[in-house]
Design a protein around this ligand. Structure first.
Ligand SMILES: [Fe+2]
Length: 158
């Protein structure tokens, strides 16, 4: 049963932002995976895209378990730009630099920081806290693998 009462759950926005963000990350990372000719990079990007889509589904489900509905973000210019870049014929090394620049420009507080504060907030239900903790760990691991791939690609062109 999903009803719209997003104003009542103080961490609804965090869960909704995670679901929306993960869906978008999945889309543009998959677009790059579909385009690259580098099998190692393709495997890494596909793994991360699968994780992102899975996070989207899990957080959407959690929102609905709590009695709310995920609200889709309206047009996102950032998503459009990232899909355009990652779906283009631009070399992988340039896509990697673009991704790193975007990562460095993340708005503050970051999703990770918001998760950390929710994990230490006793008014957030324990199951959601444990979900946020697992999610944060997976994100760290995904970023580690992406970082390794970017470093390998950059080393290859130097
Ligand atoms: Fe993510």
């Amino acid at each position: 049963m999903a009803i719209d009462k997003e104003t009542e759950l103080h961490y609804f926005q965090l869960l909704n932002d995670i679901a929306s963000g993960e869906r978008q990350h999945g889309m543009y990372i998959q677009a790059w995976a579909d385009k690259t000719q580098d099998p190692e990079l393709k495997a890494c990007l596909s793994m991360v895209a699968d994780r992102e889509f899975s996070h989207y589904h899990i957080f959407k489900r959690r929102i609905s378990e709590l009695g709310y509905s995920w609200i889709e973000d309206s047009e996102d210019p950032v998503l459009e730009e990232r899909l355009r870049v990652n779906g283009s014929d631009m070399p992988d090394v340039e896509k990697a630099r673009f991704a790193k620049d975007k990562m460095a420009q993340r708005p503050s507080p970051t999703t990770r920081e918001r998760c950390e504060s929710a994990m230490s907030d006793d008014t957030v239900d324990p199951l959601t806290q444990s979900l946020l903790s697992w999610f944060s760990d997976v994100e760290v691991d995904s970023n580690f693998h992406l970082g390794q791939s970017y470093a390998r690609i950059e080393a290859n062109v130097e």
